[in-house]
Design a protein. Structure first.
Length: 250
């Protein structure tokens, strides 16, 4: 199957400091790919490059077409959508108004199905429906994450980029967020998931990449990564002695 997103030898630098070095990855339509790694590994920077928020070198292709000359707004219109680590909600605006902003490109295109999408979002997140008139800044952390996800879904993405969706949330809320991610995948949406909670990420993903100091250190099927000795010891807090994937080659 042709990859929905292909990232080939992508590098990103902040001045003379290279934060991402020749990273390559791919995600198939309807698949979930996890990118795990420590703080400062370049995970968020990689998402920024894919969305066009940061200049990069290398090749990023979506649906077989290069994104080199495609603006952020055009990428959203083509089906890419990022839920940022800090959520970046409009705290002084209502839940409903935050959701409407997610459909901005669709309003410009005179899409007549926005109301249907809104009801689908409320059906998926009943708490948002209950709090539609409430200011976003007064929501709990879990509700704000749901609102950030709902706002992204208003854009009708084909590929959802999630940056640390579990960050700062209580364990029960984390479980709920990952249940939502699994449900989105069942709806046919592809998801690129950047996450420090390696255990939860690998449980929901098909394939994973371990990013260390800006480079892919290991990659493989998620179940194989979860049983890899190095990954288990470093990111899962356990020691196992499985058949190791070893370092990435090529």
């Amino acid at each position: 199957m042709t990859a929905l997103l292909e990232v080939g030898d992508v590098s990103v630098a902040y001045g003379k400091v290279e934060a991402v070095h020749r990273v390559s990855l791919a995600i198939a339509p309807g698949g979930i790919v996890a990118v795990i790694g420590p703080n400062g590994a370049g995970k968020t920077t990689l998402l920024g490059a894919i969305m066009g928020l940061l200049p990069s070198r290398g090749d990023i292709r979506y649906g077989g077409a290069s994104l080199a000359a495609v603006s952020v707004e055009q990428r959203v219109a083509r089906g890419l959508c990022l839920v940022p680590e800090r959520r970046e909600l409009f705290a002084s605006m209502s839940v409903a108004d935050n959701l409407e902003l997610g459909a901005f490109q669709r309003y410009r295109a005179r899409d007549r199905t926005i109301a249907r999408t809104r009801e689908e979002v409320y059906a998926r997140f009943p708490r948002l429906a209950e709090r539609r008139a409430q200011l976003a800044g007064t929501l709990s952390g879990g509700e704000q994450q749901m609102l950030a996800l709902g706002r992204a879904l208003m854009a009708k993405p084909t590929l959802l980029l999630l940056d640390e969706p579990s960050l700062g949330l209580a364990p029960l809320i984390v479980k709920e967020i990952f249940s939502i991610i699994a449900a989105l995948r069942r709806s046919g949406m592809a998801i690129l998931l950047v996450e420090q909670n390696a255990r939860a990420a690998l449980q929901v993903a098909d394939y994973g990449y371990v990013l260390e100091t800006g480079e892919v250190a290991i990659d493989g099927a998620s179940d194989a990564l979860a049983s890899d000795a190095r990954v288990a010891a470093t990111y899962l807090g356990q020691a196992v002695v499985p058949k190791s994937l070893g370092p990435r080659t090529g």
